[in-house]
Ligand binder design. Structure first.
Ligand code: 4NP
Length: 147
């Protein structure tokens, strides 16, 4: 089984959206999916209502999601730890143990950031889902079992 952990700063906007989109698109594939934040300010909270509204409008479910901070064990528990932006990636690489087995990478295949929508308007939340949908298809084709 392949496992993927999506990581952003607060684990209430971008990475919960990535978790919801990826879970919907990975149905029938043997992939374990979770999300976490590099910060703990929102630990225990559900996804931001603005992210949730935009995701649910497109048919994604956020059921059961609660924010948590990245744990050092995550770097061995998951095959891929995928960062939403360069700052998340640098924070992750700082705490990733040297002997960890996970591949710690940026989520967007072109090396760009999924911009933090937290302090912006509704367009930011729409852009986040657009970017995540496209990148999810990229990752799913990469992770699909070779026939
Ligand atoms: P996220 O967005 O990293 O996509 O979950 C944020 C959520 C909360 C904060 C920043 C970004 N915050 O500063 O509380």
């Amino acid at each position: 089984m392949t496992s993927v952990l999506f990581v952003c700063l607060g684990n209430i906007c971008r990475s919960p959206t990535a978790e919801a989109v990826f879970r919907a698109r990975a149905v029938g594939q043997d992939i374990r999916i979770d999300s976490a934040g590099t910060g703990a300010w929102h630990a225990g909270e559900g996804p931001d209502p603005r992210s949730r509204a935009e995701g649910e409008r497109r048919g994604y479910s956020f059921a059961g999601q609660a924010a948590r901070k990245v744990r050092v064990e995550d770097f061995n528990d998951f095959d891929y730890v995928l960062a939403m932006d360069a700052s998340n990636l640098s924070d992750l690489r700082e705490i990733c143990p040297l002997e960890a087995t996970a591949q710690v990478l940026l989520f967007l295949p072109n090396g760009a950031d999924v911009p933090d929508p937290y302090y912006g308007g509704p367009n930011g939340f729409r852009d986040v889902v657009d970017l995540i949908e496209a990148a999810s298809d990229h990752w799913l084709s990469k992770l699909a079992p070779k026939k």
